[in-house]
Design a protein around this ligand. Structure first.
Ligand code: UDP
Length: 333
């Protein structure tokens, strides 16, 4: 009998990482989930604990990692990902995109594993080309507040390409556009959880700037499918995976109010520095080579996400307690 494939997922206790853990377990693989839990949560993976094919390692991937046994695939997803988080953790964000990418690429080289790195639409910065194709080099302010994330991800892409050409490892780069769904932290500061939290609490929705800036929101299940297809494809990327349906933030706020039936009002707050004015993926590459396109419309995905949040409002408090417990175990072991 052939052995199960081993998939290492960094950031595996995060929003997207935990959905990837689920998917690779469901598909019959062994999963090693590595997370330092600064923005990830044990709650996202608690249902997998005890599964003989699932292993959780609490570790900061910015530090060297050693794993026994074979590894077939490595997906580097560890990083704070919301603007609020990466402003709170600027140095860990830079380290996980640089040292974390270096460590995981080193592991891929040693184990002869296929490597996939989570990059982002943020590599396009405040884009001057619209929609954004993979061939666009971007418009990033390296010394602005978002630079810690944008430049870390740009470095991740560069070092991934260097390992591909110099060490001949099989690599893939996915550029992820605004993704949402169950397991986002309600207080992570991004627009989807913020607006949902606000309507659920009857608070006004905080639109930054005049709300004319645009985003294109992708439901997590579509994104996961795109990533899995990329991993098993011949394509190395970078490949955009996102939903090209584009909305202004003001339109989105009205949509959230309408979907919830809430009487919340809209208030306008200052626009954060360097906030991109427009963002929409060009997905021709994924359509053609991965036969992938998003299936879930925003109205449908939003309904599922709101329903999930309304049932899980206390979840983040509980997971902080679990995180403390895990940290204590890590300290004594
Ligand atoms: N935004 C907003 N109100 C909020 C949170 C965010 O108007 O309470 C805006 C933000 O300024 C940006 C867009 O929504 O233009 C998306 O922000 P998010 O933090 O979700 O992610 P980004 O795409 O900027 O990384």
């Amino acid at each position: 009998m052939s052995r199960k494939k081993v998939v290492v997922i960094t950031g595996g206790a995060g929003f997207l990482g935990s959905h990837l853990c689920d998917r690779f377990i469901e598909d019959g693989n062994r999963v090693i989930c590595i997370d330092n839990l600064i923005t990830g949560s044990m709650k996202n993976i608690s249902h997998l604990m005890g599964n003989k094919d699932f292993e959780f390692i609490k570790h900061d991937i910015s530090r060297e990692v050693q794993l026994a046994g074979p590894v077939d695939y490595i997906l580097h997803f560890a990083s704070p990902a919301s603007p609020v988080d990466y402003l709170n953790y600027p140095i860990p964000t830079l380290k996980v995109g640089s040292l974390g990418a270096h460590n995981t690429l080193g592991l891929a080289k040693l184990k002869k594993a296929t490597y996939l790195v989570a990059s982002t639409s943020e590599v396009y910065g405040d884009p001057q080309v619209h929609p954004q194709k993979e061939t666009y080099w971007g418009h990033v302010n390296p010394v602005g507040p978002r630079g810690v994330y944008d430049e870390a991800k740009r470095f991740s892409e560069a070092i991934t390409m260097a390992y591909r050409t110099y060490h001949k490892i099989n690599t893939k780069i996915v550029r992820i556009f605004n993704t949402y769904g169950p397991r986002m932290r309600i207080k992570d500061g991004r627009v989807v959880p913020n607006f949902i939290y606000q309507v659920l609490h009857g608070e006004p929705l905080t639109v930054y700037g005049n709300g004319k800036q645009t985003r294109s929101f992708c439901f997590y299940s579509d994104l996961i499918e795109g990533i899995v297809r990329l991993l098993y494809s011949e394509l190395s990327g970078p490949v955009n995976i996102g939903n090209p349906d584009e909305f202004t933030i003001l339109e989105f706020a009205r949509m959230v109010i309408a979907a919830s039936g809430s009487k919340s009002k809209i208030v306008f707050k200052p626009l954060p520095k360097d906030d991109p004015k427009q963002r929409r993926p060009h997905i021709g590459l994924a359509r053609k080579h991965l036969k992938w396109s998003p299936k879930v419309k925003l109205a449908e995905g939003l309904g599922i996400t709101m329903d999930w949040f309304s049932r899980n409002l206390d979840r983040d408090k509980e997971s902080a307690a679990i995180r403390e417990a895990v940290e204590q175990v890590a300290l004594v072991s």
